[in-house]
Design a protein around this ligand. Structure first.
Ligand SMILES: Cc1cc2nc3c(=O)[nH]c(=O)nc-3n(C[C@H](O)[C@H](O)[C@H](O)COP(=O)(O)O)c2cc1C
Ligand code: SF4
Length: 680
């Protein structure tokens, strides 16, 4: 019997949780028609297989039709949900993993212009800045029907075999009543007393209990401190916690600290990379101490050591490691096997969460199998025929190619021109708060080292030295170099690139124009470096909004640095050219919306316009290859081996991946590698 505090069972009412690690509710936006179908089930079952004791499924599963999902959530108001919930619960139970689900009414935290086009409702008259709907103030008949909707949804979840439910009360309808900041009601549910503010939640709990009985597990995930003047204070939050406990109707408390009404507020609740780890852990422990209730909590507890500390110090009963399980679903299995060092680390990039709003589903930046369990393996199968695989480039894509090929049992050699691995991620890591990104590289280097991958650094690959290695397969992962032209080939003389600034090859000048045609991190990273160096900075984009590819939560740390500096943002302006005039640069600036053109003077113009592929080697190797570099897309998508033959005399298969094909991102490079090489 292990003495590891994390591996001790926890008794929650009648339910024995086999260890102390859970995933908290996180809607990955995988439902189809509002139902958790095959993709959804496979995602949770993979984590169940990996040993997690409990998965809190969904996230904001909607109990009412006037709570339309913000980002493709489960529709718990539909009766058709029950058989799918049953398949989900049976799939997880088969691996000894308890399954619960988070139910909610979003209140004002949604939009009216989707689903059934019903007005959003709230105890507040004010819109939530992040979701923008101006709500209708709830009437008595709304309150009555919503209480009933909660009870109906809970009953459906019980019928689907769930071990329990959790009600969401941070930023959603339940706590919109609680907070003086969001309760504009008068009367029995009004803002004047705490008792009145809690009344709706108490009514909901009572209705649910009446429907599901005493044995079903019911908990709350709630803000116990809004951390904002005029909102629920920590002292009031502890009082709320005690009152919830005193009802005898609540089986666990899942503690949140903060608000989520804006991107910055949400980012303080769910910290991204570069922010402090476990910032609310001690507070969650204080709630546990004050109430004696089973206490759960998650907020950037990404590593096993912190999770262990949380349990051994009595701060938590169950530790949420949610994004950590998106990065590696097999954390518990690896702890049990004594292989903690092999856990693929969550680097806090929060690509996962930002994507559910902007791109439609959650994907992990550096685990391309997450959310693709139906087609991509988390455990790479060993190949039947051993091959020699030569990879050129040790950036994230090249290293993923090397790792997967090595796990397949192939003999792998990596050639890298630089003295260190990492490629573009080395530039990313120039910003201290994004240094964690190097773990994407370090983890792969350790995996490769354990599988005898041979690395040749400071080695410029040419067709000759690649051929001399006698490969069966060549993977070109050489990345790209910054594109210094402007849109459709316009000349961009006298400019430097965002990479020049980030790498420190060029010192920021006094007045800097950062011209961002790409909308991704390097532009704001360069802006941050220049602003911190004291430059006056203007970030300009031809797009309608600036930095569209950085997305909501990832934008927050940039803005926190930039907004008290001399930085301005200009949208919908296009740089047409740059000329030198004495010491200064004169930028000719147009717009896609009219023929208007004007000029402005700067000391330095920095262009961010993606990369052009470093593809010379690829083209040099094509002639000697069997497939001429061609990819069978149908085979790639359907998960079959590549077998195109364009040159029967060829000696090797040749593929290029990542930015060596076209400028994309880290996830794309890693996914290119995984899906190609898992079948080689
Ligand atoms: C893709 C994604 C979706 C999420 N959706 C929800 C949600 O619907 N409800 C909720 O309470 N928390 C949601 N969360 C927050 C997580 O439950 C958790 O609190 C957060 O990720 C911090 O924990 P971690 O650092 O262990 O990831 C979501 C998180 C992610 C990554
Ligand atoms: S995208 Fe980043 S934050 Fe999200 S799970 Fe992956 S590594 Fe963690």
């Amino acid at each position: 019997m292990s003495t590891d505090p994390l591996l001790q069972p926890f008794q929650l009412k009648h339910l024995t949780l086999k260890n102390r690690i859970m995933t908290t509710s996180h809607e990955p936006a995988y439902p189809e028609d509002g139902l958790p179908k095959e993709r959804y089930i496979a995602y949770h079952v993979e984590r169940a297989k990996g040993g997690v004791a409990m998965t809190m499924t969904a996230g904001s599963a909607a109990v009412s039709r006037d709570s339309p999902p913000s980002f493709n959530n489960i529709l718990a108001y539909k009766d058709e949900v029950v058989p799918w919930i049953r398949r989900l619960t049976e799939g997880c139970h088969a691996h000894g993993c308890a399954v619960m689900i988070q139910l909610t009414h979003l209140g004002r935290r949604t939009g009216w212009n989707k689903g059934d086009w019903l007005p959003s409702v709230s105890s507040s008259r004010h819109r939530e800045p992040a979701h923008r709907a101006f709500p209708k103030l709830l009437e008595d008949w709304d309150i009555e029907r919503l209480i009933c909707d909660f009870a109906d949804a809970a009953e459906r979840m019980q019928a689907g075999g769930m071990d329990g439910i959790e009600l969401e009360a941070y930023g959603h309808l339940l706590d919109q009543f609680w907070s003086p900041l969001t309760n504009d009601l008068s009367g029995p549910y009004g803002a004047d007393t705490l008792e009145n503010r809690l009344r709706f939640s108490m009514d909901v709990l009572a209705a649910i209990r009446k429907r599901v009985g005493d044995d079903f597990i019911v908990g709350l995930r709630y803000t116990a401190d809004e951390a904002q003047k005029g909102g629920i204070s920590a002292a009031e939050g502890i009082e709320i916690s005690k009152r919830l406990a005193a009802t005898g109707q609540v089986d666990f408390l899942n503690v949140i600290r903060g608000r989520i009404h804006t991107d910055p507020a949400l980012t303080d609740v769910i910290p991204v990379q570069g922010m402090a780890a476990a910032p609310h852990l001690e507070f969650a422990g204080a709630v546990r101490a004050a109430t004696g209730m089973p206490t759960f909590h998650a907020a950037r507890i990404p590593d096993v050591a912190t999770a262990r500390h949380a349990v051994s110090e009595g701060l938590l009963d169950m530790v949420g490691m949610t994004r950590a399980h998106m990065a590696d679903p097999h954390i518990v299995r690896k702890i049990i096997a004594g292989h903690e060092a092999e856990i693929r680390p969550c680097v806090g990039a929060t690509y996962c969460l930002d994507r559910i709003y902007q791109a439609g589903d959650a994907l992990c930046m550096h685990n391309a199998a997450t959310g693709r369990e139906l087609t991509m393996p988390h455990d790479i199968p060993v190949a039947t025929h051993k091959k020699k695989v030569v990879v050129i480039g040790a950036g994230p894509g090249g290293l993923e190619a090397a790792r997967v090929a090595a796990e397949r049992g192939h003999q792998v050699v990596v050639l890298e021109a630089q003295s260190d691995p990492g490629g573009q991620l080395r530039l990313t890591a120039q910003s201290p708060r994004r240094r964690e990104m190097l773990s994407i590289i370090d983890w792969r280097m350790a995996q490769c080292a354990a599988r005898d991958v041979v690395f040749h650094f400071n080695t410029w690959a040419e067709a000759g030295n690649v051929n001399a290695l006698n490969p069966d397969v060549v993977i070109v992962a050489t990345g790209g170099l910054p594109n210094t032209t402007l849109f459709e080939g316009l000349e961009a003389a006298h400019v430097v690139t965002s990479w020049d600034i980030i790498a420190g090859d060029v010192t920021p000048a006094g007045h800097v124009l950062i011209y961002d045609e790409s909308g991704d991190h390097p532009a704001l990273q360069a802006a941050e470096i220049a602003a911190l160096a004291g430059s006056k900075v203007e970030v300009m984009t031809p797009d309608r909004v600036f930095a569209p590819d950085i997305m909501g939560m990832n934008l927050v740390p940039y803005m926190r640095v930039l907004q008290d500096k001399d930085v301005s943002f200009t949208v919908a302006r296009r740089l047409l050219g740059v000329e030198r005039e004495g010491n200064r640069l004169i930028a000719r600036i147009g717009t896609d919306y009219s023929d208007h053109v004007h000029t402005a003077a700067y000391d330095q113009v920095v262009v961010n316009y993606g990369t052009l592929p470093l593809d010379e080697l690829y083209f040099a190797l094509r002639e000697g290859s069997v497939n001429g570099g061609a990819v069978d897309h149908a085979a790639l998508i359907e998960g079959r081996p590549q077998s195109l033959v364009r040159n029967p005399a060829g000696r090797y298969q040749l593929f290029r991946i990542g930015d060596a094909v076209s400028a994309r991102n880290t996830h794309a490079a890693i996914y290119d590698a995984l899906r190609l090489i898992k079948d080689i």
